[in-house]
Design a protein. Structure first.
Length: 319
């Protein structure tokens, strides 16, 4: 499911499940001063797991490749001369094992069938994507396929079209919903879905944005590449249920402010990506932005007996 690169502050979920994840690094009861680059203080349940891993009593889990997509559109209403942008967020149901209650971008793990050959492809080829994503061409191809598949599964938006220069105008009919369900239950692969409809995957509609790797102390780990995509003309997002109980378009600064007020739960990668894309101001500017995709791998640092999650970011942590 979306945005799988956070860190869990408690046994019930990732860093977005409580005040420690949505407020400043120093939020909570008084205690030792946080170290440099602190994101959040690890609560007791995760601190025990972290010490087990850091001491060698437990072996770190190997991260799985994953893709997540910041779906963008121009803001509906803004100040004159500053059009602004909005990002699509889904709130994960609270019964989920990972990130319950977190607001995330569409996305999830690479499926083995995302590597299937034979689908029509437009835009940069897998080798070019591999250079952008620092991955072998086959892995890069699977990441792009996962990004397109997960976006359709979780928002109904399809980054594909009848030709290399067009996109599907409408995906709201019952036949599209049947195909979406078939993708979800693994009775249909992305290649099979696009091939049956004679559609071309539009990799040129995606832009690489960021890369986050779940900390080594986590029990579930992901190596997540984040992408940007503007919602294609004519298409609309829709609440498709399943792993999300609420969907909404958010202006990035509004989402961050809501998280600071503990009205929205954001994992660190989500919060940072929102701040970065919000700084672009416009959809077209965000899509043109030159990005450094060096992986962000948050580390655990102990200060005065307290464990902190830290990350060396290009900007101040927004929460």
């Amino acid at each position: 499911m979306p945005d799988p690169a956070g860190t869990e502050p408690a046994s019930t979920g990732p860093a977005s499940t409580g005040p420690a994840s949505t407020g400043p690094a120093g939020a909570g009861p008084p205690g030792p001063a946080p170290p440099g680059h602190a994101i959040l203080r690890l609560p007791h349940a995760l601190a025990e797991q972290a010490r087990d891993v850091l001491s060698g009593r437990k072996t770190p889990v190997t991260p799985r490749d994953a893709a997540s997509v910041l779906l963008l559109r121009p803001a509906a209403a803004n100040q004159p001369g500053r059009p602004g942008l909005e990002v699509y967020l889904l709130r994960r149901v609270r019964s989920m094992a990972f990130a319950p209650g977190a607001s995330v971008f569409p996305g999830g793990s690479v499926d083995p069938r995302d590597t299937e050959e034979g689908l029509a492809w437009a835009g940069p080829d897998p080798a070019a994507w591999g250079r952008d994503l620092d991955a072998p061409a086959a892995v890069a191809r699977a990441l792009v396929c996962a990004a397109v598949r997960e976006t359709f599964e979780e928002s109904g938006v399809l980054l594909a079209g009848p030709t290399a220069s067009t996109v599907v105008a409408d995906t709201s009919g019952p036949d599209w919903e049947a195909d979406r369900q078939a993708l979800l239950d693994h009775s249909l692969s992305l290649a099979g879905f696009l091939g049956r409809r004679d559609l071309v995957l539009r990799s040129d509609l995606l832009r690489p944005w960021a890369r986050w790797i779940t900390p080594v102390v986590e029990t579930r780990r992901y190596d997540t590449r984040f992408f940007l995509a503007a919602i294609p003309a004519g298409q609309r997002t829709r609440h498709v249920g399943g792993e999300a109980d609420e969907v909404a378009w958010w202006q990035p600064d509004a989402a961050i402010q809501a998280a600071r007020q503990h009205e929205l739960r954001l994992m660190p990668p989500t919060a940072v990506c929102l701040a970065e894309v919000g700084a672009c101001g416009r959809v077209d500017a965000a899509l043109r932005a030159t990005r450094d995709l060096r992986p962000v791998l948050p580390e655990v640092v102990e200060t005065g007996g307290t464990l902190w999650l830290t990350a060396d970011l290009d900007r101040e942590y927004p929460l």
